[in-house]
Every structure is written in C-alpha cells, then in structure tokens.
Design a protein around this ligand. Structure first.
Ligand code: HEC
Ligand code: HEC
Length: 307
C-alpha cells in the first residue's frame, strides 16, 4: 500500500513536468492514471498465463502427478511436468506422462484445443482415451477461461525430452467420459461457497479423493466423508480422511487456520504429519482468499460420521 502511494506521488510530480520527458501531457497523464489504477488494485489484470501458473502450481497441482521425482519421491524442479512418476495401484501400473512441450516425448505438437480436449474430455489427438488414473471426470467442470489458462501455462514450461512407458490398466477402462464438453462458464468469485466448491471440486479434485467411490463414481450423498484407499509409493496404502464438519470424526472442531495449515503444509491439528500424497507442496501457493473460500465450502458440507 505504502509503496503504491509513494509511486503515485512520484507520478504526480512527473505529470506536472511533461515537457522534461518529452511525452505529450495528455498521454502521460493517461498512462499515469492506468498505472495508478493498477497499483490501487482497481484493475485486476491477470493474464491467462499468470492465471494458469497460479492454478497449475497451486490448487490444480498437476505437478503432484506429472512432475518427475527423485529417489526420495521429491519433485525435481528442473523437470516440471516431465512425467515418470510411477504408482502401482490395484487397478493399474500408472506412469505419469511427460506433458512438457517437447515435440517427440511430450505434447509439443498438440494444439491448444487438443490439450484442452485431453484435460476436460480425456481424449488424445490420436483418438485414444486417457485412462481413469487422471481425474478427467472432475476436470470436465473446469471453466473455459481456466482451461485456456492452464493450457497457456503448460505450453510455457521448458520442453524436456523424457521418453516413458504408458500406463497399463488391469481393469476395463471407460470408452468415453461423456459428450464433448461444451461451454463451462466461470463461477463468480464473489460467491465464496460456490467458488470454494469450484476450487475443491473441478480444479483441485479435493472431493474426488475425499468422497467414497461406488462402481467408479463418487457417491455424492457422502461428499467429503473420505475413506478412499490410495497406494503409496514403495508399497502400502493410505485412506483419505473425513473433511466434513462432523465434530467428532471430521474437521468440525478445527479452526479455519488449522484447516488451512493441514491443506498447505500437511500438519494436522494434533501436530501429526499427513502422508505427502495430497499436493501440499502445490497447495502452499494457494492465496489466502482462495483458502478461505475452500474452508467456507468445506464448512457448508453435510456433516457425516465416519462409520
Ligand atoms: C492424479 C494424477 C494426475 C493429475 C492430478 C493430473 N494428471 Fe494428467 N495424467 C495422469 C495420468 C496417469 C495420465 C495418463 C493416463 C493414461 O495413460 O491412461 C495423464 C495424462 C495427461 C495428459 C495426456 C498426455 C499423454 O501423453 O497422454 C495431459 C495433457 C494431462 N494429463 C494434463 C494434465 C493437467 C494439465 C493436469 C492438471 C490440471 C493434470 N494432467 C493432472 C495423471 C494426472
Ligand atoms: C490425491 C488425493 C487427494 C487430494 C486431491 C486431496 N486430498 Fe486431502 N487427503 C488425502 C489423504 C489420502 C489424506 C490422509 C493422509 C494421511 O492420513 O496421512 C488427506 C488428508 C486431508 C486432511 C486432513 C484431515 C485429517 O483429519 O487429518 C484435510 C483437511 C484435507 N485432506 C483436505 C483436502 C483439501 C481441502 C483438498 C483440496 C485442496 C484435498 N484434501 C485434496 C487425499 C487427497
């Protein structure tokens, strides 16, 4: 704030002496007005690329799956989105693909439209379907603007040559995720609960992991109850937890800050550490406003008791 004011004051001084900088006074004043509006936050000019970077590095956490890991399961920053993480699930040997713009081993020759169709429709340009190891079903609800933003960011990361095997499914995979995704409007950010639900649902797939599945579909009557089983690298399994407002078995008694700390750092209310399966490292970049919206949404869920 102070910084903005200082800059505006300095601008004001300049505006009185346009001749000294050789720019017509009106133009100069116009430019300064735009600068002042920008600094005071009147204009929230966020480019699609900036929005995409914020989403992919934050709530969408694409890199939690798609970024290459070292032998300690730590993401390698220089291999962002270059793939290669392997998870052995009962239903598949999952190999996270390289989605950097490398032309041979990544998705460098795909058009924007084709990348968008892969994310929301689950279809590759060659017509094959991306299997259920990627949460395509929920991504269908990502808005058109956010999809374009995500595509813009994915295209902007450095291309990395990293040839990988494909995922092998041990169960039949869907032949379609439904009709082509038409138009998905943006969810108004002023509606905190609705926007929080949009972030926790389509963009961040919190609910996808935290809602029990029945025959491959989330059981919406038990949204947030948890209990889904996930394989952990190196063997074994963990279960997602109850994130409904139930005071005993959910997070009803947690403060907003305690919920936010769990999401962004993986430290529970009781100080225990959560298994780093959820994308804490990415969620740490979610801004406070969006975290508040997510918390507001979680608090709006029907309280459910873990059986
Ligand atoms: C839970 C892990 C997971 C998350 C999160 C995830 N993906 Fe994927 N993605 C996969 C897997 C696994 C495949 C390949 C599945 C298959 O081969 O059946 C895939 C495939 C893809 C493909 C097709 C690549 C190819 O060569 O076939 C694209 C593009 C893609 N993901 C982009 C994204 C973007 C963008 C995000 C974030 C919005 C994202 N993914 C989030 C696991 C994930
Ligand atoms: C890929 C699956 C997955 C996604 C996505 C995911 N979670 Fe989780 N979450 C888990 C698992 C598994 C645990 C339990 C880990 C453990 O017990 O160590 C957990 C734990 C939690 C906890 C701690 C609850 C407790 O009682 O300790 C909270 C809160 C939580 N998740 C909220 C969220 C929110 C909010 C999002 C979205 C921003 C999210 N999760 C996304 C799988 C996921």
């Amino acid at each position: 704030m102070t910084k903005g004011r200082e800059l505006r004051n300095r601008s004001g001084v300049q505006a009185k002496r346009p001749a000294s900088v050789g720019i017509p006074a009106t133009l100069c004043r116009g430019m300064l007005l735009i600068a002042a509006m920008f600094l005071s936050g009147t204009v929230m000019a966020e480019t699609p690329l900036e929005r995409g970077a914020y989403l992919v590095r934050g709530i969408a956490g694409c890199g939690n799956c798609h970024t290459t890991r070292d032998s300690d399961e730590k993401p390698i920053a220089a291999m962002e989105l270059a793939g290669g993480r392997v998870l052995d699930a009962p239903f598949a040997r999952i190999v996270m693909p390289n989605i950097t713009p490398d032309k041979e081993t990544g998705i460098g020759i795909w058009t924007d439209e084709q990348i968008a169709t892969a994310i929301r429709g689950g279809k590759r340009p060659d017509g094959t379907l991306i299997g259920p190891a990627m949460p395509i079903g929920v991504y269908r609800g990502i808005s058109d603007a956010d999809t374009q933003a995500i595509v813009a960011y994915v295209r902007s990361v450095p291309p990395i040559s990293h040839k990988l095997a494909r995922t092998i499914y041990k169960v039949p995979v869907p032949t379609s995720y439904g009709p082509p995704v038409g138009t998905v409007p943006e969810v108004p950010r002023a509606d905190r609960i609705a926007y929080g639900g949009y972030l926790a649902g389509p963009v961040g797939h919190c609910l996808f992991c935290h809602t029990p599945m029945v025959q491959g579909r989330s059981d919406v009557s038990r949204t947030g109850l948890g209990g889904r089983e996930f394989p952990v690298p190196g063997g074994g399994a963990i279960h997602s937890r109850n994130i409904t407002p139930d005071p005993e078995t959910g997070i009803g008694n947690w403060s907003d800050q305690e919920i936010k700390t769990a999401i962004t750092t993986g430290v529970r209310r009781d100080g225990g550490l959560l298994v780093p399966f959820m994308a804490f490292r990415w969620y740490a970049h979610i801004n406070d406003e969006d975290l508040d919206a997510i918390v507001a949404y979680l608090r709006s869920l029907k309280p459910l008791t873990t059986p």
